[in-house]
Design a protein around this ligand. Structure first.
Ligand SMILES: Cc1cc2nc3c(=O)[nH]c(=O)nc-3n(C[C@H](O)[C@H](O)[C@H](O)COP(=O)(O)OP(=O)(O)OC[C@H]3O[C@@H](n4cnc5c(N)ncnc54)[C@H](O)[C@@H]3O)c2cc1C
Length: 449
């Protein structure tokens, strides 16, 4: 394997590789939460949730994704007397990471699905299959779909929602139509199952994929997905073309590796359209309207701009100055400004980190330490999360590329940049194997003791 396409991006002026200006602006501004801490909770059930009495300080973790699962486990590890309750309304965990390989038929559904019962049993916490509906931060009371929970700390890790306005779709009825007809498949489970079914039924024509503007979940995800769908079309001899529309000049990460795969492996199957902004979607005519042309498609997975989960805004915790409505938190300590008992982690955070499972997993371990220290009247210094991310670019044999990076800031939790970056753009079978092993390792970390 030659090193010619391996690169280590240089750090820009003042030693910082500039990240998305919009997301940096969001991270730098800690606007006051738009809603008072004592929330109005009209309509929420005031009955206590069906839980055993707390045996120690109670920590409620909201969201059983990559952040919340890691958080629940590591809070118990850091401070075994914490009584940890994980709130997650889904009955099973479905992994977004490695789901593009599953779309191409490289791994079985079983690999992606895991049990919340196992995670909780193996790690000594409680899983309550319920959703957080409201919060009274003054009383430290969580309102859930199954009743109230009084807590000492609460960690919100509810992930993302989509902003279809970014593609010119303003009307909620039309947004719903786009979401149902061409789901992005960047939130776990149902959207992915729908996308897999679409590929299995696909007969011919353009399958449209989009890269969102701003800092979105899984930077390499749309490019990896284009490769895996193209590989699937080749294998099944489906006369389809993947059109990938990207507002950026080139892939947002691992650009050389993806561009090499597009031209060397999928020349006739992937049409990559960089520097192309979507301005509207003609739902009836199945067309996206860009500044230059209209592109018809047979089917699609339309991935618009992401925002922090609506839960964050509904709780009055979104930074009104954040273009992606991310949480207003102290970016070095993760707690809501002025409230050291409410934390926000994972893809709802405002820092311009790569919104990835590995980032969420490594970050949750750090924040668990912070909360355990706070409970003992101590403070632990900020540490960087780590983004280790493999992307499959070839299916047979499986070959991947990868990046490993950490973050640094200007000393005040703003002006973020990458550091310690290793980027391997030369696809290889070894990285393909490492890709699968990475997934297995992190699932083990979240679900086993
Ligand atoms: C196709 C694809 C491929 C990817 N590949 C990779 C990869 O290779 N490597 C990598 O590191 N990352 C990858 N990612 C990114 C990774 O999946 C996300 O960054 C990660 O899931 C973020 O974790 P999270 O906990 O913040 O959010 P999520 O994992 O989305 O979890 C949020 C959870 O909160 C729950 N929730 C929401 N609202 C409430 C509520 N009111 N009450 C209770 N629970 C609630 C949701 O049900 C959900 O389970 C990929 C993503 C996709 C879509």
């Amino acid at each position: 394997m030659s090193d010619s396409r391996n690169d280590r991006p240089g750090l820009g002026r003042r030693g910082f590789l500039k990240l998305s200006a919009a997301s940096v602006a969001g991270a730098a501004t800690l606007g006051a939460a738009s809603r008072p801490a004592a929330a109005a909770v009209a309509g929420s059930s005031a009955r206590p949730a069906p839980l055993p009495a707390a045996k120690g300080p109670r920590v409620v973790v909201v969201g059983g994704g990559w952040s919340g699962l890691t958080m629940a486990k590591y809070l118990k590890k850091e401070k075994p007397d914490f009584d940890v309750v994980l709130l997650e309304p889904s009955s099973v965990f479905f992994s977004c990471p490695l789901s593009n390989l599953w779309l191409a038929g490289l791994i079985e559904t079983d690999m992606l699905i895991h049990s919340y019962v196992d995670a909780a049993r193996n790690n000594g916490y409680i899983w309550l299959q319920a959703a957080l509906t409201d919060l009274d931060r003054e009383k430290r009371r969580a309102y859930t779909s199954l009743g109230t929970i009084d807590y000492d700390y609460i960690v919100l890790a509810p992930g993302i929602d989509y902003m279809y306005e970014s593609f010119g779709v303003e009307d909620p009825a039309e947004q719903y139509m786009v979401a149902q007809t061409w789901p992005a498949a960047f939130k776990p489970a149902s959207e992915h199952l729908t996308l897999k079914g679409k590929l299995e039924d696909f007969e011919e024509g353009v399958f449209l994929l989009t890269v969102p503007p701003g800092n979105y979940r899984c930077l390499p995800g749309p490019y990896e997905r284009a490769c895996m769908i193209a590989a699937y079309f080749q294998k099944e001899e489906i006369p389809g073309k993947v059109v990938l529309i990207d507002p950026n000049e080139k892939p947002t990460i691992k650009a050389e590796g993806f561009l090499a795969a597009f031209s060397e492996l999928y020349k006739d199957v992937i049409e990559y359209m960089p520097s192309t902004k979507i301005e509207g979607i003609d739902i009836g005519a199945k067309k996206v309207i860009t500044e230059f042309e209209e592109i018809e498609f047979a089917d699609a997975a339309i991935y618009p701009r992401v925002r922090a989960s609506r839960l964050i805004e509904n709780l009055g915790l979104a930074d009104p100055n954040s273009p992606q409505l991310e949480a207003a938190i102290d970016t070095l300590r993760y707690h809501v400004a002025g409230d050291e008992h409410t934390y926000v982690t994972g893809d709802a955070r405002p820092m311009p980190f790569s919104k990835s499972g590995n980032t969420a997993n490594s970050e949750a371990k750090i924040v668990a330490k912070m909360i355990a220290a706070h409970a003992e009247g101590k403070e632990v210094p900020w540490q960087s999360p780590e983004t280790i991310c493999y992307s499959a670019v070839r299916a047979d044999p499986l070959e991947s590329i990868m990046v490993d990076a950490k973050y640094k800031h200007d000393g005040h939790g703003a002006g973020w940049g990458f550091t310690d970056v290793t980027m391997i753009n030369d696809r290889s079978k070894d990285l393909g194997k490492a890709n699968i092993e990475w997934g297995k390792g992190l699932w083990r970390d979240m679900f086993q003791s």
